[in-house]
Design a binder for this molecule. Structure first.
Ligand code: ADP
Ligand code: ZN
Ligand code: ZN
Length: 761
């Protein structure tokens, strides 16, 4: 019994073989082992060398089906070769993912509870995977001893000799047409040399075309003020230490953070290393992008409008180390830099750094992981740091650097609230602009200044309601009120884009008095135009900004003073620097305050503080009026006083008491499907499994909240229920989800997902 014979292959057939571990982008998780045939295991043949970080074609499943997978390791292993299949081909002629990037993606798969293959597929852009914009080209190199061999040829021509000598003299491999041109000969002699083995050929993929580089006006570094100089010194120390370090750069709006990044990157570039700069959204930060281009020769700007071919070209030149700075949105954190020296996240508090589809990663956390792996600093810059970053700085895990003042001793703007509960202020015609805001606009415009108005709701009216019976027109597929868009006379769902015809009468009680309530940016635009007919006004929201370059056009025109009033959603609150803006009006500061989200107060503070920062950047100074129904709310009061530390202290106390992040880890599980009862039941089953997993593992201080209906109870036709896992030990939470998921198959049509460190509730 104890002496059971080992399986025959364990003694005889186990041999030491080269084995590749392959992860598939979809389907079963793997990694799967494959034998590497000798023809694909020769490093001297770099075009077809099977190594970690390239993709391979492998047989999979029954028949002769083949799939493409990512090779994550190649090792010598003792295996039963008969049980393994062989790799069929090497797809990539060079490594797509370095060892460090493979480890990073593996960490993401583990941390964000998703298959490794799914992460790999998200990290390598589609254009790179499809090798868009490339073609295969034959490159020529002279064979060893080519000249001696040439002398032994029976038939040899002077043209051949010239071609061979030209190739020998070239310091790089040439293509056939290039050689023909340089040697001034036809193709025939070259082909003859290839045929006789005097010239060797190799096929490589090269980029087609290649965009002309625009020349940018160069700018020189500014002289630092003392605060900037001190900040820079700390950063330089971190850069020179050769160690990973998280740095929270808390600088009020206009304190010169960008200048500090720029000079830190100049320091990095001196050592021929690269820097990655993450910005919330490229199209909203044209000024920042321009400043990087004006300071560095080789900047890659990764924006969402790139074609696959352009993306592939960028990827390749980044991988070759030809780029000094990469500026991009969250996915630029995966840029394949050979010697990364620094990562900067500008406006690190922004929600766009969290990806809202799988893999649901947060660029800040991925960047920190990468910074640690590469032993480099990570700078998190913001006027309103995320509480996650702030707590780490307070606990000494990250370094905190402050720029408490604006540059050139410019004062921060005066901020005042307008209490919308006070009828004396609000009863001022119909509309969204109160009397004090109207007067402030008159003064600012008469004084030659410009005005920014923020309203975080697009559309014309935000709901369509029957005053007789209270009916609200909702999306057929989502549990959300439809927004009226006047331009196309349509009622639109902002979540699923479903359009409905606005009803003439109430569908419930047939009352004809249906009302279009609530103010969206379109209605505000009409109001502004009728109140200020002598001034020009432009609106910026996703409805007006659908075309490539339209942000930049509007912002440049505003900068040139072609219009005086800019109104829009939160997209106008971000990093803009217009010295002539002397007034900012926040139409309704409360839009985010009552969201069913534990970050509601933080978002409100950030929005008000950020938009307030858009004014007072010139000699004329500036002021801010904040219309609100909650002037005593701590988030609004702190924003009015430009008092981030006060806000953070208050809000952190609230979070600590309520066991919310950043003091506890959180995973949100959402279950959805078309039949409400089935979804509810599945959520309950999953909840039971999660609780059982926690109990079995004996994890202390961990809890499962729910299941309950999700804040958006119905979305795109699916009913939604959710659960929250909370506890001090993030790894234990993840393990509980894995245990609960094991062997769990939801009923047909029902799907579930886990969101680690969730943002949108
Ligand atoms: P932030 O990124 O903190 O909002 P910026 O770096 O954009 O601040 O700086 C705001 C403005 O001040 C920019 O126009 C910038 O050119 C200018 N600025 C920055 N640093 C200095 C400095 N040391 N001296 C003069 N002007 C500066
Ligand atoms: Zn009605
Ligand atoms: Zn909808």
């Amino acid at each position: 019994l104890f002496d059971a014979e080992p399986a025959p292959w364990e003694i005889d057939e186990a041999e030491l073989r080269t084995v590749a571990s392959v992860v598939l982008p979809t389907g079963p998780k793997g990694p799967f082992n494959y034998l590497v045939p000798e023809s694909l295991a020769d490093p001297a043949e770099p075009e077809r060398f099977a190594e970690a970080g390239r993709r391979l074609r492998v047989p999979f499943g029954r028949g002769d089906r083949e799939v493409t997978g990512y090779c994550v390791a190649v090792e010598m292993k003792r295996v039963d070769a008969r049980r393994l299949k062989q790799i069929s081909a090497v797809v990539d002629s060079r490594v797509l993912l370095s060892a460090a990037m493979l480890r990073l993606t593996q960490w993401m798969a583990d941390y964000y509870l998703c298959p490794w293959g799914q992460v790999l597929e998200a990290v390598v852009p589609a254009g790179v995977r499809g090798m868009a914009g490339t073609r295969e080209v034959k490159f020529l190199t002279p064979a060893d001893g080519a000249l001696e061999k040439f002398k032994t040829l029976k038939l040899r021509s002077p043209q051949q000799l010239k071609a061979l000598e030209t190739l020998l003299a070239s310091d790089r491999p040439l293509t056939i047409p290039e050689l023909a041109e340089s040697a001034d000969c036809s193709l025939a002699p070259i082909k003859g040399l290839i045929k006789h083995g005097l010239i060797e050929t190799a096929v490589a993929r090269v980029a087609t075309g290649g965009g002309a580089e625009q020349k940018w006006q160069r700018e020189t570094p500014l002289e630092f003020n003392p605060d900037q100089a001190a900040a820079f010194e700390s950063i330089r120390t971190a850069l020179d230490s050769g160690e990973a370090k998280g740095i929270v750069l808390h600088g009020v709006t206009g304190s010169g953070k960008t200048e500090v990044y720029l000079q830190a990157i100049e320091h990095v570039a001196k050592f021929r290393r690269q820097a990655i700069v993450l910005v919330p959204e490229i199209s909203l930060t044209p000024q920042t992008v321009r400043r990087f281009r004006a300071r560095f020769d080789r900047v890659a700007v990764l924006h969402s409008h790139l074609t696959d071919a352009e993306r592939h070209q960028h990827w390749q030149s980044i991988a070759r180390g030809e780029v000094e700075v990469i500026v991009g949105a969250r996915s630029a954190v995966f840029a394949p830099t050979p010697h990364l020296g620094l990562i900067v996240i500008d406006e690190e508090h922004e929600t766009t750094f969290k990806q809202d589809q799988a893999p649901r990663y947060h660029a800040r956390d991925v960047a920190w992981q990468r910074a640690q792996a590469e032993s480099i600093p990570l700078i998190l810059g913001s006027a309103t740091p995320s509480l996650e970053a702030w707590v780490r700085a307070q606990q000494g895990e990250f370094e905190k650097i402050s720029l408490p003042k604006r540059v050139m001793n410019l004062p921060l703007p005066d901020v005042m609230t307008v209490d919308m509960r006070d009828p004396a202020q609000t009863r001022f015609g119909r509309g969204a602009i109160t009397r004090p805001l109207h007067q402030a606009m008159v003064e600012a415009l008469r004084g030659g200044g410009q005005v920014i108005l923020l309203l975080n709701r697009r559309g014309f009216s935000t709901h369509i309601q029957c005053p007789a019976c209270g009916f609200v027109l909702k999306c057929e597929y989502c549990d959300l009120a439809l927004t009226y868009h006047r331009q196309h006379n349509t009622a639109l769902c902002h979540y699923c884009d479903h359009e409905a015809l606005p009803p003439r009468a109430c569908p419930d009680c047939k009352s004809p008095a249906i009302r279009y309530g609530g103010v969206g940016t379109q209605k505000l635009e009409e109001e502004v135009k009728s109140r200020f007919p002598d001034f020009k006004c432009a609106r910026m929201d996703v409805d007006t900004m659908r075309q490539r370059g339209s942000h930049d056009n509007v912002l440049s025109a505003f900068q040139r003073g072609e219009f005086q009033i800019l109104l829009g959603t939160q997209m106008i609150a971000k990093g803009l620097d217009f010295p002539n803006v002397t007034l900012v009006g926040v139409i309704n500061a409360d839009t985010a305050l009552h969201l069913p989200d534990f970050r509601a107060a933080e978002r409100t503070f950030q929005l008000v503080a950020q938009v307030a920062g858009r004014t007072g950047r010139g000699k004329r100074g500036g002021r801010v009026l904040v219309q609100t129904l909650n002037p005593e709310h701590p988030a609004i009061m702190a924003a009015v006083r430009h008092d981030y530390p006060r806000f953070a202290e208050h809000e952190l106390a609230v979070r600590r008491a309520a066991h919310y992040p950043p003091f506890t880890a959180m995973i949100r599980v959402v279950v959805r499907g078309p039949v409400e009862a089935v979804v509810r039941e599945t959520a309950a089953t999953l909840g039971g499994r999660l609780k059982a997993a926690i109990a079995a593992a004996g994890i202390p201080r961990m809890r499962v909240v729910g299941p309950g209906t999700a804040p958006i109870a119905r979305l795109r036709g699916d009913f939604r229920f959710h659960l929250q896992l909370q506890g001090p030990d993030a790894a234990a939470l993840r393990q509980a989800v894995r245990t609960a998921a094991e062997g769990f198959t939801p009923p047909e049509g029902v799907r579930w997902m886990a969101d680690v460190d969730p943002w949108d509730m």
